[in-house]
Design a protein around this ligand. Structure first.
Ligand code: CA
Length: 224
């Protein structure tokens, strides 16, 4: 695995480089936004770790440039008070975020999570199954299968679950879910809360099933 570290503070770069290399993860580091775009395009990275506060070109601009032609997972790093930047970054297509100061162990867990996408297979009857741990979603039948127990999902509930499964291990913002599933830009979020609650009840029927975590002020993350 190769990670591009975009960070202008040498202390962070040194610590990260050492910690990731110990884990067998190859790294390159750049401290400037403009260089980051160039180095990224030369390519072959599995994950980008992107500090939002950079000299010259901002992290959000770097992210925009990356997303123009790539879906490579990007984890953004923000300062403590940078919540609005984080939301902007997630809406621009960042996969996850960390707030400084963060632990290296947490970072490595996130890198592994975004690098590992849940795979698609076919069920016996040929409809598509998306699987995470002991939970599967039967795309043709709107069914959620939790460790062998099948639930028929109402359409919206199915769509919410499907969005979370496709992005398992990554943060999904509430705004994005509302827009994708309900297609609205007005603020009735109660319905989304209800759908999340119902999905949680189904997942909780099995102890080892993935859980939907609430990321306060931002959205949700499905953890397997
Ligand atoms: Ca910085």
């Amino acid at each position: 695995m190769r990670v591009l570290i975009v960070e202008d503070e040498p202390a962070y770069v040194d610590a990260l480089t050492v910690a990731l290399e110990v884990e067998g993860i190859d790294t390159d580091a750049v401290g400037d936004g403009r260089d980051a775009i160039k180095v990224f395009r030369d390519g072959g990275y599995d994950v980008v770790l992107l500090d939002l506060m950079l000299p010259s070109v901002s992290g959000l601009d770097v992210l925009t440039a990356i997303r123009r032609d790539s879906s490579t997972p990007v984890i953004v790093v923000s300062a403590k008070d940078g919540e609005s930047d984080v939301v902007a970054a997630l809406e621009l297509g960042a996969d996850d975020y960390l707030t400084k100061p963060y632990s290296v162990r947490e970072l490595i867990a996130r890198i592994r999570a975004v690098g590992r996408r849940s795979g698609g297979t076919k069920s016996e009857e040929g409809s598509e199954l998306v699987t995470l741990g002991n939970v599967s979603l039967d795309v043709g039948r709107y069914q959620l299968i939790v460790s062998g127990t099948t639930f028929d999902l109402p359409r919206k509930e199915f769509e919410v679950m499907s969005m979370l499964m496709e992005r398992a291990g990554r943060v999904v913002t509430r705004d994005w879910l509302l827009e994708e599933v309900w297609g609205m830009d007005w603020g009735d979020t109660k319905s989304l809360d209800q759908h999340i609650r119902r999905l949680r009840r189904k997942l909780e029927t099995h102890e080892a099933a993935p859980r939907i975590l609430t990321i306060r002020g931002v959205g949700y993350r499905l953890e397997g």
